[in-house]
Design a protein around this ligand. Sequence first.
Ligand SMILES: [Fe+2]
Length: 303
Amino acid sequence: MKRRDFLRISLLGGAAATILPINLSAKGSGKSGFTLWQIPSQVDTIGNSYVFQTDKGRLVVMDGGMNEEAPFLRGFLSALGCEVEAWFISHPHNDHMGALTEILKKPGDLKIKKIYHSRFSESLIDREEPYNIYAREFYAELDKLDPTVTEVIDLKEPGLELKIDGMNLKILGVTNEELAYTNPYNNSSMIIRVWDRAKSIVFLGDAGIECGDKVLNSAYRNDLDCDYLQMAHHGQQGCSEDFYKTIKFRACLWPTPTWVWNNDAGGGINTAHLKTFDTRRWMDEIGITEHHVSCLEGLYRLD
Ligand SMILES: [Fe+2]
């Protein structure tokens, strides 16, 4: 999703691709259970991309970013072993599933054993144009997969718990068809808790106010408390101020490009209509001092 589209969708950026040195240590480096990498956008646009390696060397991906980021992501995964145990797609916006769509078209040496998502109904898909085209393209690729090679798991309800070596996962939220009246795709972001012996992380995808509040008021409320929180919708116009100020966490993961971080429409800081500075102020008010901002820090590794 390009800056123009993101700004338009938000109602209310263009550097060359970033080439980062990747310091990948041996398999099984995450002794506490898993290692996480927050991958910055390679095309200076929004994008949500996280890779995990368990203590036994198995790979897990959360989203994966834009279509154009597929070559970088493929290289990153190849360096870690070329086989993905589980791939989670929060929702079918192309800044989240675009890279996977491209990889599914031409998987090459990359093997994916399981893909977890929460499929939209036909009516929900058509709630956003032109993103319905990309969503249908993604679903068409899923439908082509050989189930004996790649299992596609369509989650209809929250609550599923998984354990992959030392990595634990719990699905806290899935597609919310009843929230399609507003912010339809983002409000159907899967919300996922991941933890091991040393740390816990909650991934909010692009959850909007209604999506976040639904989990906040659900049986999974306590699962939202965590060490690291992925800021919803790239850090602006995601979950509510009340959501952030109710749950307990100590650090922020920001999958955020420079122009979103700075609310920059091209004319400098605060020349757009984004709400990033509101979210940043809420974090200051909460007292959060540990921030991992993808556009500032580059590739961030958490063991
Ligand atoms: Fe997004």
